[in-house]
Design a protein. Structure first.
Length: 286
């Protein structure tokens, strides 16, 4: 299944870039490349290009398409808005919710994020929920508590079993955008751990589909962010807007997956099997 929890996730939101023609040129180059099975790739085009991109991609493409936003209401007098049902009809299989730019500039709140997460699941979409703290909160030492509260609010309308269907992306506000400072793995890892703890509480120990990191990810730091943060993948901005750089990031994710698999095999050889545990199984904590 495309959303296999064992895959390394690698995706990008194009934000307010790319005309339909530019979007199609990107996916045509992508379609010429056989993508590795170990990496779950995803693209989040602008609404205007979503249906065209869906139409140009092969029917069996492993790439998940997403929408950058959608309203929680099924329909109505929401001028300028689109519903979950509408983005699904245009080809989306996931929907980005709660990005810091929308929280800051479009009055997105923890309450509206929770409503959108609920609506996304009701429309059979994967919610991709963005969380992250501003610089002042980080400098005051409140980053873990702040992000945990955002995660708790986002999942508040879900049953424990439904939490398993959610993807979370930790994107510290101070690390994103053209003026963002790239975060170190040591800054990211404790917050990823905090997110997992809150997800475990909300899900009754089941976990969620994936926890990603995003924020000034580039070709130089992607491998370290995958190896040393505990994240299940990366949600990339500007670096991935060029399809050739995106494909290089896919290769980095595939290499990380291969190393992780080798590490799991070595652990099974070096450590005795626990009682009643099949020798071929590998547990992945989420």
């Amino acid at each position: 299944m495309a959303e296999n929890a064992d895959k390394v996730w690698l995706g990008t939101s194009w934000k307010m870039t790319k005309t339909i023609g530019e979007a199609l040129a990107y996916v045509e180059t992508l379609a010429d490349r056989q993508l590795p099975d170990a990496v779950q790739t995803f693209l989040v085009p602008a609404h205007t290009a979503l249906a065209a991109v869906r139409g140009r991609m092969p029917a069996n493409s492993p790439v998940l398409l997403g929408a950058q936003n959608a309203h929680w209401a099924a329909e109505g007098a929401g001028t300028g808005e689109v519903s979950m049902r509408m983005v699904a009809d245009a080809g989306a299989r996931l929907v980005e919710i709660g990005h810091s730019e929308r929280r800051e500039h479009h009055n997105e709140t923890d309450e509206s994020v929770s409503l959108k997460v609920r609506a996304a699941l009701d429309a059979a979409l994967v919610p991709l929920v963005c969380v992250g703290e501003p610089l002042a909160i980080r400098e005051a030492g409140g980053d873990r508590e702040f992000v945990r509260a955002q995660v708790s609010a986002a999942l508040s309308r879900l049953s424990p079993a439904e939490v398993c269907r959610v993807v979370l992306a930790y994107e510290p506000i101070w690390a994103i955008g053209e003026r963002g400072r790239p975060a170190t793995p040591e800054e990211v890892a404790p917050v990823i751990e905090e997110i997992r703890e809150e997800v475990a509480r909300a899900s009754g120990g089941r976990g969620c589909r994936a926890v990603l990191y995003g924020g000034s990810v580039n070709l130089d730091n992607a491998a370290a962010l995958l190896e040393r943060t505990g994240a299940d993948g990366l949600f990339v901005g500007r670096t991935a807007w060029d399809v050739h750089r995106f494909l290089k990031l896919v290769d980095i994710a595939a290499d990380h997956s291969a190393r992780r698999l080798r590490g799991g095999r070595e652990e099974r050889v070096d450590r005795p099997h626990a009682p009643n545990t099949p020798s071929g199984s590998v547990a992945k904590g989420l």
